[in-house]
Design a protein around this ligand. Structure first.
Ligand SMILES: *[C@@H]1O[C@H](CO)[C@@H](O)[C@H](O)[C@H]1NC(C)=O
Ligand SMILES: *[C@@H]1O[C@H](CO)[C@@H](O)[C@H](O)[C@H]1NC(C)=O
Length: 256
């Protein structure tokens, strides 16, 4: 605790520490329902029967999902399992859909500086959509989204949290590697709300487009200073990667 506080004060992000915590605790995964977030996926990277990584993901079409690059384990023999729909204590229940995914990690992912923290997951048999499983739309145009109310969801949380997109300078002062063009900064609206928690990395930051009355994913949970804190946290900015997503996946913006 003291160590993290000190790091916050001097403005250095210990991403490794956050990363290790974010990925290693199965007991947090006990959410029964995807509730109003039917695109929410639960991702595990497994070595045999051992879970190595827990993360969030978001369904963008029946065969594709988005996650963070840091949620991918490129070691040989690792299997990535993604589940959509209801999950209780890591066990998918009736109506959920589970797939063994292959991945495409961003070619310029820089793990040290946490840049280009984005990856695509895909599988062969289409996910069956239902009330509990629906894809999320991606933004249709470039916007900064500054000041917008947004929410983050995931199996690491007991519920979603209300955040807002903060000015880029807020994260730029706290994170030495914050990338103005490709990252997005979000902060809790009130002190008792928090940004993403253990295992929410890779999950979607969404906002409600009032014009179309549809949810739109504008960020991917990347890293933060401390887990479950109201502090500003860093997201991969989806608009900056739309060409990459469209070129590499079956995502079709006209499906929405
Ligand atoms: C919100 O919806 C409107 C109407 O469909 C659309 O023109 C606009 O591009 C959408 N905004 C984003 C950021 O996707
Ligand atoms: C949208 O933003 C990305 C990343 O900053 C940029 O590469 C692209 O040119 C922008 N597109 C438009 C239409 O402004």
């Amino acid at each position: 605790m003291l160590v993290s506080m000190a790091l916050v004060v001097i403005g250095i992000v210990n991403a490794e520490m956050y990363s290790a915590q974010a990925h290693s605790k199965p007991s947090e995964y006990e959410r029964a329902d995807t509730g109003p977030y039917p695109w929410q996926g639960h991702l595990r990277a497994m070595a045999g029967s051992v879970n190595k990584i827990y993360c969030g993901a978001s369904l963008i079409s029946p065969k594709w999902a988005l996650t963070a690059a840091r949620c991918i384990d490129t070691a040989k023999g690792i299997v990535h399992i993604v589940t959509f729909g209801k999950v209780v204590s890591q066990t998918p229940i009736v109506g959920s859909e589970q797939r063994t995914a292959t991945y495409l990690r961003h070619e310029q992912f820089d793990e040290t500086n946490m840049l280009n923290d984005i990856a695509l997951l895909t599988w062969t048999k289409e996910i069956t959509l239902s009330d509990h499983i629906q894809p999320i739309a991606l933004p249709r145009h470039n916007a900064t989204f500054i000041g917008e109310t947004v929410s983050i969801s995931g199996f690491g949380r007991t519920e979603s949290s209300s955040l807002y997109v903060a000015d880029q300078s807020l994260c730029a002062t706290s994170y030495i590697n914050f990338a103005l063009n490709t990252n997005l900064c979000a902060k809790a609206k009130v002190i008792d709300q928090s940004t993403f928690c253990l295992g929410d990395t890779g999950g979607p930051l969404v906002y409600l487009n009032a014009t179309s009355n549809t949810y739109v994913q504008i960020g991917i949970a990347s890293h933060g200073v401390m887990m479950c804190s109201p502090d500003p946290s860093v997201y991969t900015r989806v608009t900056a990667y739309l060409p990459w997503i469209e070129a590499n996946s079956g995502y079709d913006k006209n499906q929405f």
